[in-house]
Write a protein that binds this ligand. Sequence first.
Ligand SMILES: [Zn+2]
Length: 324
Amino acid sequence: MENFTAMKKPDFWWIKSLLVAVILTLCTSWGFFAHKEINKMAIFALPQPLMSFYKEHIDFITQQAVNPDKRRYIVVGEAPKHYMDIEYYTDSILAVCPTWTQASERYPEDSLQAHGILPWNLIRLSYRLTDAFKTKDAKLILKLSADMGHYIGDLHVPLHTTKNYNGQLTGQHGIHGLWESRLPELFASNYSYYVGSATQIPSIPKAVWSALAASRTCVDSVLKIELKLQQKFSEDKIFSYEDRNGQNVRVYSHAFSEAYHKALNDMVQRRMRAAIKMTADMWYTCWVNAGKPDPKLFAEPVFSEEEMEELAHLKSAANEACSH
Ligand SMILES: [Zn+2]
């Protein structure tokens, strides 16, 4: 029996790794490309001396922008941090903006985990980043900052605020990847990322809930506009095939993507720019709330071999499509 187990174990791990790789290919948020852009561009909106500190670690902040998506299929409890199905809570939650304690009193824990905890997780993360600044722990500051940029990115994606996150309830399966991966990949080279200088956020919870509400108001247009276009294009014009890493993959055609992008009237660019500005504002605000510690006094971040390997792996990861 022992031998049998020992023989089977490598197969099990091989299959598990393969499954994780396949899932990751299918399921990331914003698309790797946009998440990396948001984290990277936020650095350039920071005032000194913060900008110099983050710039020194621009590679880490950029590559680690996709780490939370990498974790979500491996770490229990990670997935709900990326979205909120507002239909479950109803839109009134956007006016009430309950604290985590208030929400825990009202909703059962398993329902909260099932329907998403994006705003509460992000607010909690801001306290952790403030503490990391207070203790001048550069490694922790960088890790939490990269994670924060990711969740702020998700917060700005309309389809992260609805249970119809991939158009699966309205015959629009695939719209999630179209909006947040395909469109930025095709058209972001024309986007302007200049968002001005980071400013202090007077109330982080208020800012988080307000960004969530802004994403929520876009959901209708995101879905309706695509549905309308579907009727104008025949199926063979909606999709085309592209070579991705040697595989022939079905993608939304350039013509359909372009028509959708145009009809959205710059929505993707606006949401990306808002995510960049808010990421810079949040990093800056946590630093200010920690008493503006001098980055020159931060302990030099030391990364383990495993962390360096992970970074190298993330660097080589392709831009992917996504789900919730
Ligand atoms: Zn995500």
